[in-house]
Design a protein around this ligand. Structure first.
Ligand code: FAD
Length: 280
């Protein structure tokens, strides 16, 4: 199918984006990589009258290192993250997730900001951001807000972004020598959205965040299961798997029913365990 008619503006600076968002309200949509937005237009699931292309805005580009964090501009593409030595060294969970996102052609265009703002519950990056407790930097015309990943995802394709705001950057804590992580997902074919997946991070001994995706309308942190592993290490795996039922309460979808998802969540946790154990 073809998209309905729409206007197009290539914005050169953030002020112009905010002007256009003010003028057009809900009728306007931000265009980043277009890898989710354009298919949704072609399928007539969305009918914006104006697309505001943000790709030329320098403020939204790049991957930057500070003393304790890595700041990734919203326009950093999946392939830029996949190939970045800074990401593989300091945010290795994100580097590990990248090859699972779609296919190279889509990763060449798709952006981290687009993926997080789109908030598909089966997407990899929202779960990675949740496991790493990343901070989302949201810019409006007159203010900047910093929102933790746990508060950013409100539901199916719904986020904390307010009218007139855009996601400008994402800040990840830098991994130190004691950082452990694991990423694992199950998909019917490589490159498909996952049936279920797990992004796990242990920044230091005694801490562990398990973020599942593909189980609910947003990434879900399995805190009870994580506590079992922190307390008892490998010996806690059975109790941790039992806790997943309470942590996740998975909903079924076209791929699998709730019981199958729960079983697969346990399988992913067992697979992740060896990578996490030394610090859990
Ligand atoms: P766009 O499509 O340009 O925008 C997506 C949405 O976010 C739009 O509503 C847009 O208005 C909004 N938006 C974009 N940037 C911003 C911003 N900075 N601030 C505020 N709002 C913004 N993704 C996965 O995670 N895993 C997969 O396995 C996967 N498989 C795919 C398979 C196919 C065949 C296709 C076509 C896509 C797949 N994707 C997958 C989606 C892909 O990762 C997209 O690139 C991503 O979801 C959206 O990024 P984008 O830059 O293309 O955003």
């Amino acid at each position: 199918m073809k998209a309905p008619p729409f206007g197009y503006v290539k914005a050169r600076e953030l002020g112009q984006v905010f002007d256009l968002l003010d003028q057009h309200g809900d009728e306007a949509k931000i265009l980043a990589g277009g890898q989710s937005l354009i298919p949704s237009l072609n399928l007539r699931l969305s009918r914006p009258t104006l697309l505001i292309d943000i790709n030329a805005i320098a403020d939204l580009q790049g991957i930057r290192e500070t003393a304790e964090t890595i700041v990734v501009g919203a326009l950093a593409t999946h392939v830029a993250l996949e190939k970045s030595p800074i990401i593989s060294r300091y945010v290795p969970l994100v580097a590990a997730a990248m090859p699972h996102i779609a296919h190279p052609a889509i990763r060449n265009r798709g952006t981290i900001g687009g993926s997080l703002a789109f908030a598909d519950p089966a997407a990899e990056l929202p779960a990675c951001a949740t496991a790493l407790e990343a901070t989302f930097i949201l810019r409006g015309r007159s203010a900047e807000r910093r929102v933790k990943a746990a508060g950013f995802f409100h539901g199916l394709f719904e986020t904390d972004l307010r009218p007139g705001e855009i996601l400008a950057a994402i800040e990840f804590p830098k991994a130190t020598a004691s950082h452990r992580f694991a990423f694992s997902e199950l998909a019917r074919r490589h490159g498909d959205y996952a049936m279920i997946g797990l992004a796990a991070a242990s920044p230091q001994p005694g801490t562990l965040r398990l973020a599942y995706f593909g189980v609910a309308d947003r990434p879900v942190a399995a805190d009870r299961a994580a506590a079992c592993l922190v307390k008892d290490g490998a010996a806690g795996i059975e109790a941790a798997c039992a806790c997943l039922a309470e942590d996740l309460e998975p909903s079924g979808d076209l791929n699998a029913g709730p019981q199958t998802k729960l079983h697969l969540a346990g399988v992913l946790l067992q697979r992740a365990l060896p990578s996490l154990l030394t610090s859990a």
